[in-house]
Design a protein around this ligand. Structure first.
Ligand code: RAT
Ligand code: ZN
Length: 427
């Protein structure tokens, strides 16, 4: 994987780094090392500036994040039908009014907006958004990206790039400029989950595929993936999957996974990311905010890891109830890398529970978090919250270890944090 690695030479004669830390110094040492290690954000919906309007940033996008839209309809009389007809700035105003003026923004997603405003020194409780809008309108995007990444403590992010997205594909086809801070990820949702709506698009692009995925379809999808591999140079392939996901399965998805996607990932030497447990469109009136969660049958993961030892799997499960099973499977299969506390799980109480469980069961062999940011500035609050939640968990793990007879040094902590937030992903 072509990821820049931050080499932080550790001076072997530095007494401060090598000395054993006493329990009272652990919290501050962990906090400091978390704050000074640049993380890799392995799953976002952000785009590099070369993708133009596809990349969301700024105040109106922050306020109309679908996590906030779901909360808005609980605190406003406005119907979804009315809301969707409004221009974006008016949607943002309505959300600000309902969730930030008429109510105290204590939820995770609302606090996030407050934290972003605060990071830029903007008012967090004003009756209107004039000053904030003026601030964002004055930013030069490229410089703003660098500033935001610095504030978030990240060196690079993974994008989500679906080659069948009609808005995005033409940009790749005309040669999107690579950006070392934004890594492409080949997203397969349209191919694997919505084949009936998209197989004709492949036919239109010259691939001899069939509706029932018969005939030469698997070979042709492999050819399609190879062409996109060459065009995008993705660092992994990815798909989100329903709570009902089964594998193996007599279905188009089962067949395309087994005969096209898995062999292609092996051929290109890249992992496959599976995000399992979405109940799609439980309330379609809410659009992007209308998906729910369901417990999945992780025997599908067991089968994948057993039957495809030559593939590497990055796996995130959306249901809280699936988290322990995922850790058990990770203990069985070294080609499985659990990652992130995804979407409805990205709240401090649940992140804490899942991270403690993973540390206890897997040591440092997992990836604690990704941001899933859809709007650039969200990485500021999401990574800030991750660091804040993880610091006491890690410090406590080291305190327990010291109690059992082994104190740690700053070098140990730095190695662990680098492994968790960088090298576990680089493979
Ligand atoms: O967290 C989210 O924003 C979800 O809407 C999904 O995008 C999910 O993260 C996904 O990548 O499918
Ligand atoms: Zn996502």
């Amino acid at each position: 994987m072509e990821i820049r690695s931050i080499k932080q030479p550790i001076p072997s004669d530095d007494v401060g780094l090598q000395s054993l830390l006493s329990p009272e110094h652990l919290p501050s040492a962990v906090e400091e090392i978390l704050a000074t290690t640049a993380f890799i954000d392995i799953h976002t919906h952000l785009f590099s500036p070369a993708f133009g309007n596809l990349g969301l940033w700024g105040l109106d996008e922050l306020l109309t994040y679908h996590y906030l839209e779901a909360e808005f309809f609980r605190s406003s009389e406005m119907s979804p039908e009315h809301y969707w007809q409004l221009p974006k700035a008016e949607q943002a105003d309505a959300i600000w009014q309902a969730l930030f003026v008429e109510n105290t923004p204590v939820s995770e997603a609302t606090r996030g907006v407050v934290a972003v405003l605060n990071a830029f020194g903007l008012p967090t409780r004003g009756p209107d958004l004039l000053e904030a809008r003026r601030f964002f309108a004055a930013q030069d995007l490229k410089a703003h990206v660098r500033h935001v990444f610095k504030l978030a403590g990240i060196s690079e992010v993974a994008m989500t790039n679906d080659p069948l997205d009609p808005d995005e594909a033409p940009l790749w086809e005309s040669g999107a400029e690579p950006d070392p801070q934004f890594h492409p990820v080949l997203r397969l949702d349209r191919i694997l989950n919505k084949w009936a709506d998209h197989w004709r698009v492949l036919v239109g692009k010259g691939y001899a595929v069939e509706e029932d995925a018969g005939g030469k379809t698997a070979a042709e999808v492999r050819r399609f993936l190879a062409d996109w591999q060459a065009r995008m140079q993705p660092i992994y392939m990815a798909v989100s999957l329903p709570d009902t996901f089964q594998f193996p399965e007599q279905s188009v998805r089962g067949r395309l996974l087994a005969e096209a996607v898995l062999p292609s990932c092996r051929e290109f030497g890249i992992p496959l990311s599976l995000m399992i447990g979405v109940r799609y469109q439980v309330n379609p009136a809410l659009r992007l905010a209308g998906d729910g969660v369901g417990r999945a049958d992780l025997r599908a993961v067991e089968h994948l890891c057993t039957s495809y030892p030559g593939n590497r799997f990055l796996i995130s499960v959306l249901s809280r109830e699936n988290q322990h099973e995922l850790c058990v499977y990770a203990r069985k299969f070294s080609n499985l890398m659990p990652f992130g506390c995804w979407w409805f799980l990205n709240n401090p109480s649940i992140v804490e529970e899942i991270t403690r469980e993973r540390l206890e069961m897997l040591g440092t062999s997992f990836i604690p978090q990704h941001s899933d940011a859809r709007v650039l500035e969200q990485v500021i609050y999401k990574w800030r919250n991750t660091r804040r939640t993880l610091a006491p968990i890690l410090a406590n793990a080291y305190r327990l270890l010291a109690g059992d007879g082994r104190a740690v040094t700053r070098i140990d902590i730095r190695n662990d944090i680098t492994r968790l937030f960088r090298t576990n992903f680089m493979g």
